[in-house]
Design a protein around this ligand. Sequence first.
Ligand SMILES: Cc1cc2nc3c(=O)[nH]c(=O)nc-3n(C[C@H](O)[C@H](O)[C@H](O)COP(=O)(O)OP(=O)(O)OC[C@H]3O[C@@H](n4cnc5c(N)ncnc54)[C@H](O)[C@@H]3O)c2cc1C
Length: 425
Amino acid sequence: MMLVRPGINKCISGFGGRALTKETKKCFSLNSCHFKVSACPVYGEDHREIQNTLKKIIDQDINPHVDQWEADGAFPAKEVFKKLGNAGLLGITKPTEYGGSALDFSYSVAANEQLGAVHCGAVPMAIAVQTDMSTPALARVGNDRLKREFLAPSIAGDLVSCLGVSEPGAGSDVASIKTRAERKGDDLIINGQKMWITNGCQADWICLLANTSAGPPHRSKSLMCVPMDTKGITIAKRIDKMGMRSSDTAQIFFEDVRVPADSIIGEEGMGFTYQMQQFQEERMAGIALSLAPMDLIINQTIEYARQRQAFGRSILDNQVVHFTLAELQTEVELLRSLLYRAVESYVAGQDVTELVSMGKLKSGRLVREVSDKCLQFWGGMGFTNEVLVSRMYRDLRLLSIGAGADEVMLGIICKFMGTLPAPAR
Ligand SMILES: Cc1cc2nc3c(=O)[nH]c(=O)nc-3n(C[C@H](O)[C@H](O)[C@H](O)COP(=O)(O)OP(=O)(O)OC[C@H]3O[C@@H](n4cnc5c(N)ncnc54)[C@H](O)[C@@H]3O)c2cc1C
């Protein structure tokens, strides 16, 4: 049911599957923020070209369907990924011999910033799983067979991938995962389970972290490519979530799953280290994805508060409202600057763990603040499912939990600051 109140249809009309007005299109446009992407010191013409290509796909093939996908609780990953693959958007940083463009990581960040213009968090997250979470280690250190079988078709958009790190008993504490992959002749036999796996129900293969020896926790794990149709894999359940509604999130069981031993990505026993490296790209992607939604909901809130009247003047004319929105936009720009600084250092080959952890912490906190404070200025409308701000309030809450919770980021920052107490004996 559509809620109609005089004057508000301009700001909600693009969200419930209804026609976009010119003004609303402006509200949703990445270019409508005060600090245009062109202001970024690390982006040039080629970065903007990628963003323009992606924008066309988002406008034509993604945003018009998002409301339906959210209502269905799923989106057609294969269809969407094929379109992105055809446009060369799934292998921006990947080697050319496997169909990628071999560009540096700043191009991937530019794409992720643009992906934030999708009208939900779920679809960008699913795409980022494919580009920045399940494939970086494979592209960097995987063998030729794995790259041909899993990387090249993932870049082309013919396969959907997922990343299997978390388990029911181990999320923040990655070192304590229990899934095992034991050698038997030339094969590995996998037993265990994974939890919260994004794309899990639709994926063709999983980049799996499992214990391959009984050694010290940081040396006992390997990453491996496992086809999801291998005998012994069961999707136990599709998890019902408060947000990211159109993303499928699975619990997956592995029972005597047999794969060739050369399915291990890179060196056996190095999986924990590769995953920690992979996390840096995942976290930068996450920060980049968070920026446009914050711009969008701040802009929409300005539009809504400008035309909504209370006590003889517009809501926006109350100083607490326009000052709050100015504070929020300032924070978004600070986060954007931190991201660009981290990306520049990363591309230059520096260790960015501390800066990326700070950015991940800040983005998790800021999306909560922006979506909560903006939602407040929409009054009752903010509490409905008719407006983007309420969807983002639910979807973006994940940022403080996934890919390392806020407290995990604080722990890493404290380690760099030399303030983390030694583990109790
Ligand atoms: C929608 C969704 C999608 C996801 N997608 C994937 C995926 O594709 N692949 C994958 O592998 N995982 C995925 N995850 C899992 C996600 O990475 C974990 O949920 C996250 O790492 C936290 O782990 P946990 O849920 O087990 O929380 P726990 O580890 O149980 O932690 C619970 C809470 O305890 C607190 N805490 C933890 N450690 C500390 C500490 N050291 N100090 C103080 N407080 C602490 C934090 O507040 C934390 O939120 C997804 C999760 C969700 C919800």
